[in-house]
Design a binder for this molecule. Structure first.
Ligand code: NAD
Ligand code: UDP
Length: 325
């Protein structure tokens, strides 16, 4: 099986490539290295092809049985720094993938996001919710880009029968996140390890639900493996216009709780918890309803936050010590 992973040198892309190799696939990781790193896939050298390029400009030659669409900066810091490129990545990148999939008959799994729900009015978030997004705000390049990508996927599926399915990923973390990625888990761990202030944005009462990377990869593989007919029937029966599936861990924590748990797990840290201004349009609550994924994939997240955090802390501890990982 030939598989293309866009964003393959990123945090999640690298875990997916590793899993695909273990499953016996022939893998091409395609990445422009904006937030990805060659080191993320260095351990797969000789087992996968790594190709440098931008999904908004074109895709590698050749036919692929499956395409996983993961290219896109995911941290608000990084997409906020390059908003126009981020929109192009999501929209033109998706268009390129769908046109290629249409020509070649490839199956596509697109990494969408809980951000399509924006600052949600429905809690926990269900796939039928249309979301609550500021279209002109600082997060819009990402949120609206991902929403437009979903629209393209839904239309290519309706018009041309392209076999595309989408996961709406809720905050996912684990080893190989970049230490300077800017997302909350990597920030808190690095701050605690370096005895720097732990920066809570706002009063820390906002919530997130954190999924361990391995749980997401398992869901993605199960979803990709299902025949199109099963997907069509399942989502039609649920009254959804396209196959969008929440994947996340429903355990919901305030950001203050996360800060305290991080410090509890790094008892040698001399860090203090401080408050910084809340970024604009920061969603107040987030928690996935995963009933559809549980039913369709016979899947559920296995790794609770305390356990996943410990594994991630172990990774960042090694990274900070400069030892080879
Ligand atoms: P990441 O930033 O580590 O990975 C993104 C990868 O895409 C990087 O390797 C980056 O260099 C590459 N990339 C960016 N723009 C590109 C372009 N134009 N062409 C080619 N490559 C490009 O982030 P991640 O957490 O691994 O996220 C992977 C995917 O999952 C993203 O699409 C993201 O939106 C989605 N997602 C992630 C989360 C999460 O919590 N980790 C949540 C929701 C959605
Ligand atoms: N956050 C924080 N301190 C940090 C980084 C993030 O308090 O150093 C907060 C952020 O404001 C948000 C939550 O943690 O409420 C999750 O942020 P992240 O950037 O990880 O992902 P988001 O869910 O916002 O895309």
């Amino acid at each position: 099986m030939k598989v293309l992973v866009t964003g393959g040198a990123g945090f999640l892309g690298s875990h997916l490539c590793e899993r695909l190799v273990a499953d016996g696939c022939e893998v091409v990781a395609f990445d422009n290295f904006y937030t990805g790193r060659a080191e993320n896939v260095a351990h797969l050298e000789g087992k996968i092809d790594v190709v440098k390029g931008d999904v908004a400009e074109g895709l590698p030659e050749g036919k692929f049985d499956e395409i996983y669409s993961l290219a896109c900066p995911a941290s608000p810091v990084h997409y906020g720094a390059r908003p126009i490129e981020t929109m192009k990545t999501s929209v033109l990148g998706m268009l390129n993938i769908l046109e290629k999939a249409r020509r070649d008959g490839s199956r596509v799994l697109h990494a969408s996001t809980s951000e399509v729900y924006g600052d949600p009015l429905v809690h926990p978030q269900v796939e039928s919710d249309w979301g609550h997004v500021n279209p002109i705000g600082v997060r819009a390049c990402y949120d609206e880009g991902k929403r437009a990508a979903e629209t393209l996927a839904a239309d290519f599926r309706r018009l041309y029968g392209v076999d595309v399915r989408m996961v709406r990923i809720f905050n996912t973390y684990g080893p190989r996140m970049q230490p300077d990625d800017g997302r909350v888990i990597s920030n808190f761990i690095m701050q605690a390890l370096q005895n720097k202030d732990i920066t809570i944005y706002g009063d820390g009462s906002q919530t997130r639900s954190f999924q361990y990377a391995g749980d997401l990869i398992e869901a993605m593989r199960r979803y990709m493996a299902l025949p199109k007919k099963r997907i069509d029937e399942f989502f039609a029966a649920k009254g959804l216009d396209a196959p969008v599936l929440n994947t996340g861990n429903p355990g919901e924590f305030t950001i203050s709780e996360l800060a305290r748990e991080t410090l509890r797990q790094i008892p040698t840290s001399r860090s203090r918890i401080v408050q910084k201004p809340l970024p604009k349009d920061d969603p107040k609550r987030r928690k996935p309803d995963i009933s559809l994924a549980q039913e369709l994939l016979a899947w559920q997240p296995r790794v609770p936050l305390a356990e996943g955090l410990a594994k991630t802390i172990a990774y960042f501890t090694l990274l900070a010590s400069g030892k080879e990982i």
